[in-house]
Design a protein around this ligand. Structure first.
Ligand code: SF4
Length: 81
């Protein structure tokens, strides 16, 4: 299985580093529309993705304790971590 998953959500690119995720679920508490556990309790994208505000999505990625969620804007600037 791929260690990295990536989705474009609005103007943001969200990347999940699944090899780093330790399954705390923090991201899902703030971003349940976007993040979910796979059967192995590793973070994955919801399918289909729900609607989420841009700021809420950034915050949901920001709360990952191991920096497994990467956010890059349209200009290529990394916003998280
Ligand atoms: S907050 Fe980070 S470590 Fe916790 S489930 Fe989400 S991606 Fe994994």
């Amino acid at each position: 299985m791929a260690d990295f998953l990536e989705r474009k959500i609005g103007d943001l690119t969200i990347r999940i580093d699944r090899g780093t995720c330790i399954g705390t679920g923090n991201c899902m508490k703030l971003g349940e529309e976007v993040f979910d556990f796979d059967p192995e309790k590793i973070c994955t994208f919801k399918d289909p993705l729900g609607d989420i505000e841009r700021d809420q999505l950034i915050e949901a990625c920001h709360v990952c304790p191991v920096d497994a969620l990467i956010v890059i804007d349209a200009a290529g600037t990394q916003l998280v971590p």
